[in-house]
Design a protein around this ligand. Structure first.
Ligand SMILES: [Mn+2]
Length: 315
């Protein structure tokens, strides 16, 4: 089940400045050759602080601050096809397994040919059912992750958590080969040596936040796409907002120092979103209530605008 998305109308009207929220249209079914947005307001599997269930509403609200042209990218969105499919309806207190199965079905029916589906999380656990649906519908899958954490844990008490999505996806999605998985953004003392060793043994490609700073977001993004797309029919891009340094994004379950800058994340996301095989993306872990300044939700909404821009710059 779905609930229609809500957007505030712009506070002023200027015929020379069509706001981004006026370009986004509501839709029941995913539209072909378009960016389709689906909210997944679920934080029942988060390992740390809750609040990501309000992520989709926070991102939509912050989207009200944008216009239609980006001079740095040279990209205009005046005629962009962007459709909001609304939120997956999940009963309050619904268990993780039931919620995930509902999310998997909704994602499966939200994919359309030649389109980019953008999921607004939700805690990072929602990436697992989304990857399952994508693997089932899109054929051979590659995965690019931006996250401070590897999220390669197993189940805890028999259930997936916000720290297990990529590990469980590799185990349970037959079309997702570990050699097509690239994880970008690990840094600091946020992961155990055991999981790094395991990732390397499996053939997962790892690039740290330091690598991005030294080599540049565009170069790491191109390399990540090349690896994730090799032999793949489709590529999934998963963006955990906690990859950004806590100075710019504190409204997440696990904020961290020494992360990427928002500028690095945006340039990375744009470069990946320009690529043809990228058919699904998620923006997860934004918990608006954990950042009363509203800055974190603004960064997350900006990520959405760069995904839309990347899709629109495809040839
Ligand atoms: Mn994370």
């Amino acid at each position: 089940m779905r609930k229609a998305a809500e957007y505030a109308s712009p506070s002023y009207h200027d015929p020379n400045d069509r706001r981004l929220v006026q370009i986004v249209k509501g839709a029941v079914r995913p539209q072909p050759r378009a960016v389709n947005v689906l909210g997944v307001p679920f934080d029942g599997a988060v390992l740390g602080r809750k609040g990501a269930a309000a992520g989709p509403a926070g991102i939509r609200q912050a989207l009200g601050g944008f216009s239609n042209y980006n001079p740095e990218l040279g990209v205009g969105l005046e005629s962009a096809r962007v459709f909001d499919l609304g939120d997956v309806v999940l009963a309050k207190g619904e268990g993780v397994l039931r919620a995930h199965s509902e999310i998997e079905s909704e994602v499966a029916v939200s994919l359309a040919p030649g389109s980019l589906l953008v999921l607004l999380g939700g805690d990072n656990s929602v990436s697992l059912p989304a990857l399952r649906a994508s693997g089932r519908k899109l054929g051979k899958l590659g995965l690019i992750v931006v996250d401070s954490h590897l999220d390669l844990r197993g189940k805890i008490k028999g259930k997936p958590t916000s720290g297990s999505s990529y590990g469980l996806a590799i185990e349970t999605v037959p079309s997702l080969a570990p050699r097509r998985v690239v994880e970008v953004g690990a840094h600091g003392f946020l992961n155990s040596r055991r999981y790094f060793d395991r990732a390397k043994e499996q053939g997962i490609s790892l690039r740290t936040a330091q690598d991005v700073r030294r080599e540049g977001a565009e170069s790491i993004a191109k390399e990540a796409y090349e690896r994730a797309s090799r032999g793949a029919d489709a590529v999934y891009l998963s963006v955990d907002m906690d990859a950004v340094d806590l100075g710019q994004v504190s409204g997440v379950s696990a904020p961290s120092a020494g992360g990427l800058s928002s500028d690095e994340l945006l340039r990375f996301v744009y470069e990946v979103a320009r690529k043809d095989k990228v058919e699904v993306a998620d923006i997860v872990e934004l918990a608006p209530s954990l950042d009363p300044t509203g800055g974190s939700q603004r960064v997350a909404a900006t990520v959405l605008t760069y995904l839309i821009a990347g899709f629109n710059s495809r040839k």
